[in-house]
Design a protein around this ligand. Structure first.
Ligand SMILES: [Zn+2]
Length: 518
């Protein structure tokens, strides 16, 4: 094999074997030509332009690094888990084995120069046998290393990894937000939630269930021994297309066995732009005006899954600049955004919303997002923060804008205080957006023939201006707060729905259930 002999360059060898071509190399740009071959190859892999698995046999031969065997069931971290994690973090190399046989596992991307150093460091003892493997396989080893007591099931678990990846890729491809894996007598029924509606997926064989479920739970840092109690966990997922997701996994015991739900949270902040969300023009202005103010309380209300957090993050993204200190306090943090301070609260472990909020106020913030106001203490601190020169954004579980005011009063906030701080209330739901395709087309790539692609908010928006403030102070409750008046800026859900249907963004079938429910 010519690629293995020393006279042929690595890249040249790959080209001869049709594993690489000039066009792909060109994607690296001119500056890359001066880099060593191996470094160019690493860049191509990072850009996901090459399939790593296909290259491994050639690299193995060329560099005299045998491939890692299929089964690693008998391996455990060596010399000890803590040191192993440290080595992995520094070099990308995983050390495994025991006193007799030590194995160092590395990928193309690892720090190969560290091989010598580790050999010296781990002497005396038998020399390290180096093994080459793929990034995916190494990630699995690292996950298993974090849960060494489970490694006896290792090879079965490895079979589940490609299945999980194909499910995740399918979900990403169809813009699915959740994957449901349900134990049924015939096997595991997969369903994908797309634009808010569950769509049937494949029925997986029963034999795959134990390893697939264990693999998912391991990745998400959950205890695979627990099957009869609900659990949750999370993991990062990098899709083939280069997008990053936070994978939220929850498990639930069902009568036919466990049920897992995997939620895919897109970490790409660019999607969270206000203009892209679909608010009508005059309402966008109200949102912008309230969010540009130096202080005040902006509330998003609606049930779980109504897009409240997405809208709040769109506001945060618009405000995010080096001149503003932005804090988010959530349970847990939903989207990671650079440039802002994010705190995950965990009431079970003793850090409550109210406590984190009070601590954040000592750090001189300009804008604070409080994930949810649901108790008197949080309500009180949030309102005080809004009163003392901070812009506070939060959510509330309530049916509409008017009941949100009542909720805060019920949580013990004084009328005057509320009137002085509240600036805007948006109550929103999501409906499916019509696919812009013109004719009936079952093969439409955007909607797969369903006729819908993406979702838009249908919302009610109340601007708390002088008129509404006076009404709150005067003790108006319920619909009295929004009695028609020339100064009232109140866009009802029905009005929004009408506009969206008129503009053919959605249809009555989608909005009618919402209007009937409110
Ligand atoms: Zn379509």
């Amino acid at each position: 094999m010519s690629a293995a002999d020393g006279d042929t360059g690595l890249l040249e060898g790959l080209i001869q074997q049709n594993l690489l071509n000039e066009e792909l190399l060109g994607q690296l740009g001119d500056h890359a030509e001066r880099l060593p071959d191996l470094e160019q190859l690493r860049q191509l892999l990072r850009m996901e332009l090459l399939a790593e698995e296909a290259l491994l046999p050639l690299l193995s031969e060329r560099y005299g690094l045998p491939l890692l065997a299929e089964s690693t069931a008998s391996l455990s971290p060596f010399p000890e888990a803590g040191r192993c994690r440290e080595v992995y973090a520094q070099t990308g190399i995983v050390l495994m084995g025991d006193e007799q046989a030590r194995i160092g596992v590395l990928t193309v991307q690892a720090d190969w120069l560290a091989m010598n150093r580790l050999e010296l460091e781990l002497e005396p003892g038998s020399p390290i046998q180096w093994r080459l493997t793929s990034h995916a396989r190494l990630s699995w080893l690292v996950a298993a290393m974090a849960h060494p007591q489970r490694s006896q099931d290792a090879s079965a678990l490895e079979a589940a990894a490609p299945k999980l990846q194909s499910l995740l890729e399918e979900a990403v491809h169809h813009r699915s937000s959740d994957i449901h894996l349900e134990s049924v007598p015939e096997g595991v029924q997969v369903r994908f939630r797309v634009d808010g509606i569950l769509q049937p997926g494949p029925l997986l064989p029963k034999s795959l269930q134990p390893s697939l479920f264990s693999h998912i739970k391991l990745l998400a840092g959950m205890d695979i021994a627990i099957r009869r109690r609900p659990q949750d966990g999370h993991a990062a997922y990098h899709s083939r297309s280069g997008r990053e997701f936070d994978l939220r996994v929850s498990s639930m015991p069902g009568i036919n066995g466990e049920k897992l739900v995997l939620r895919l949270l897109d970490q790409m902040p660019v999607q969270h732009r206000l203009e892209a969300l679909g608010f009508l023009k005059q309402d966008m202005e109200a949102l912008e005006q309230a969010s540009q103010a130096a202080h005040g309380l902006i509330l998003m209300v609606g049930p779980t899954g109504s897009g409240k957090t997405t809208t709040l993050y769109a506001i945060l993204n618009a405000l995010n600049s080096s001149e503003r200190h932005i804090f988010t306090i959530e349970n847990p943090v939903e989207y990671q955004v650079s440039g802002i301070t994010q705190v995950s609260v965990n009431p079970e472990q003793g850090l409550s919303f109210a406590e984190a909020l009070r601590a954040s106020l000592r750090q001189d913030p300009d804008v604070i997002l409080v994930g949810e106001i649901r108790d008197e203490e949080t309500a009180e601190v949030a309102v005080k923060a809004a009163l003392t020169g901070h812009l506070v954004l939060s959510t509330l579980h309530s049916g509409d804008a008017v009941t949100a005011v009542q909720r805060l009063l019920n949580l013990g906030i004084a009328r005057d205080l509320l009137a002085d701080t509240l600036t805007l209330i948006v109550s929103q739901r999501l409906v499916r957006k019509l696919c812009p395709h013109k004719e009936e087309n079952p093969d439409c790539p955007r909607c797969q023939g369903t006729g819908y692609a993406g979702r838009i908010p249908v919302y009610e928006l109340l601007r708390v201006n002088r008129l509404v403030r006076d009404r709150i102070r005067a003790g108006y409750t319920g619909r009295e707060l929004v009695e028609p008046h020339k100064d009232l800026h109140f866009q009802t859900m029905e009005q929004t729905a009408q506009r969206l249907v008129q503009e053919q963004l959605t249809n009555w079938r989608e909005v009618r259930p919402l209007l009937l429910a409110t």
